[in-house]
Design a protein around this ligand. Structure first.
Ligand SMILES: Nc1ncnc2c1ncn2[C@@H]1O[C@H](COP(=O)(O)OP(=O)(O)OP(=O)(O)O)[C@@H](O)[C@H]1O
Length: 246
């Protein structure tokens, strides 16, 4: 496994408030890395720093050993932001085609690829509908399909399963695992424990700090916990006690 994404000693403040503190993180090929934490923990900020959309106050974030943003490297990343960036007056198909052309996909492959990614998120019957008529969940699914359109080496997904029902969530996880097994790297943010359990490695984030990391199994064993929720609560308690004692 190769280190594709490296975050080293990253600190970031907004308005004098530390949002990320001493973050170290590595994402490898053949790996789903989950950033698990409650709302406001700093997950999106960390993703934005990896994408080069925000600059750290100190420390570095690299993808393929390159400082971000880097136009060439961005071509290898499928990114799904927390806010859907869709053209609402266009159909789902037209949105997918727009992004496929942006990534310079071979014209002969585009329609096949559109159908394939739409099938992953169960949107084939809705491909010709205007996005302005879509529900919130359908928009999330379309955003996920767009992130997959160019078959990227790296997928960075900010809360991809919000508003998606359990059955489709399982189907999407099957697909993400298939992607991982093809040698790709996936980073996903979530506050849902069921999603966290699907990851190969986790970084639990609370108040801008990584309070624990490892595979779900390693973490459960380390904290003698029956599930990840218990790990999260225990790790959080330990961190709080340490910061009070220091
Ligand atoms: N541009 C900004 N200006 C000021 N404060 C910000 C900015 N971006 C994020 N923050 C603050 O940084 C903290 C972390 O936010 P962030 O969006 O990274 O959390 P998160 O873990 O992704 O939360 P959620 O799960 O709700 O998306 C929050 O307190 C947020 O208000």
């Amino acid at each position: 496994m190769t280190d594709l994404i490296k975050v080293t000693n990253v600190n970031k403040s907004y308005n004098g408030k530390l949002t990320l503190e001493s973050i170290n993180l590595v994402a490898k090929s053949n790996q789903v890395l989950g950033l698990l934490g409650p709302s406001g923990a700093g997950k999106t900020t960390l993703i934005k720093i990896i994408m080069g959309m925000e600059h750290p106050d100190s420390g570095t974030a690299t993808v393929f050993d390159q400082q971000m943003p880097n136009r060439e490297v961005l071509q290898s990343i499928g990114f799904m932001a927390q806010e859907d960036a869709l053209y609402s007056s266009l159909s789902a198909r037209e949105n997918l085609r727009f992004f496929a052309e942006l990534f310079q996909l071979n014209k002969d492959d585009i329609e096949n690829r559109i159908n394939y990614v739409a099938s992953i998120v169960d949107l084939v019957p809705d491909l010709n509908r205007r996005v302005s008529n879509f529900s919130g969940g359908m928009k999330r699914r379309l955003s996920l399909a767009i992130s997959l359109i160019a078959d990227p080496k790296i997928l960075i997904l900010d809360e991809p399963t919000v508003g998606i029902d359990p059955e489709l969530r399982r189907q999407i996880w099957n697909e993400l695992h298939k992607y991982r097994d093809e040698g790709k790297t996936i980073i996903i943010t979530t506050h849902v424990m069921e999603d966290a359990a699907q990851c190969d490695n986790l970084a639990m984030i609370r108040n801008g700090k990584i309070i624990s990391s490892g595979s779900p199994e390693e973490m459960k064993q380390a904290y003698h916990a029956k599930d990840l929720e218990e790990v999260f609560l225990t790790a959080g308690r330990v961190t709080n006690e340490n910061s009070v004692n220091n």
